[in-house]
Write a protein that binds this ligand. Structure first.
Ligand code: CA
Length: 241
């Protein structure tokens, strides 16, 4: 079994330290973040297999904000999240649809409990997600874990933003996305002027994946609305290997 990466988001250094020790002893690779902004950029860059997220964080984003942003990101939406909280009044709402965590642990906790819950959540999630690691539409194939895209068997180099845009569309071929919906799925586009930024990313993406970028057959413009990925064949979920 490959090493699983767990991102621990917590601002109290002694908690990070002890949780990291126990998780590493259990064979996990551990990343850490001490505030919400760092946590989100690490999640987007590293795609951890699991996020352990403290509810109370310093700065502009608390644990609930981080959780919601992960759940709104089409690439990261399935990342399992275990919430740490000392606020017992919240625990009923933490798990499930309302706030989006997969499990929670109340403070104070033993680090052994974190290891046990992490293993349980990963087992549950990985049991459910066989086949979601790859997408295929026509001659376009995408390996979501390795972040590799091939067109007709030929690998194409995409920027992280182009990859995330294409992933959002490949998850729902045929769906029309407005530019505002697409910008939700990516992260490094400045809020101002995002329409033009999306258009420019789409143009670059077409140069790389379309047989003839001037007559796109994959990424189609829907006038007055946005873009959609043409359905050239059904999405095939490959067997996970
Ligand atoms: Ca805290």
């Amino acid at each position: 079994m490959p090493t699983r990466t767990i991102l621990v988001i917590e601002d109290e250094p002694h908690i990070i330290e002890v949780v990291r020790d126990y998780l590493e002893q259990a064979g996990f690779r551990v990343l850490e973040a001490r505030d919400g902004e760092t946590a989100l950029s690490l999640t987007r860059r590293e795609h951890p297999d699991l996020v352990v997220l403290d509810l109370m964080l310093p700065g502009g984003l608390d644990g609930l904000d981080v959780c919601q942003q992960i759940r709104r990101d089409p690439v990261l939406v399935e990342t399992p999240i275990i919430m740490l909280t000392a606020r017992v009044e919240l625990v009923d709402r933490l798990v499930g649809l309302e706030l989006g965590a997969d499990d929670y642990i109340t403070k104070p906790f033993s680090p052994r409990e974190v290891v046990a819950r992490a293993k349980a959540v990963l087992r549950r999630v990985e049991g459910h997600s066989t086949g979601t690691s790859s997408l295929k539409v026509g001659e376009l194939s995408m390996d979501l874990r390795g972040r590799v895209v091939t067109v007709d068997g030929r690998a194409v180099e995409l920027t992280p933003t182009e990859f995330d845009l294409l992933a959002a569309m490949m998850r729902e071929p045929g769906r029309v996305f407005s530019r505002a919906q697409l910008v939700d799925g990516i992260y490094d586009v400045a809020y101002q002027g995002y329409d033009r930024a999306i258009d420019s990313h789409i143009k670059n993406l077409r140069q790389k994946i379309e047989p003839d970028p001037r007559k796109p057959t994959y990424v189609q413009t829907v006038y007055g609305v946005g873009y959609r990925l043409a359905i050239r064949s059904q999405v095939v979920d490959w067997e996970s290997r």
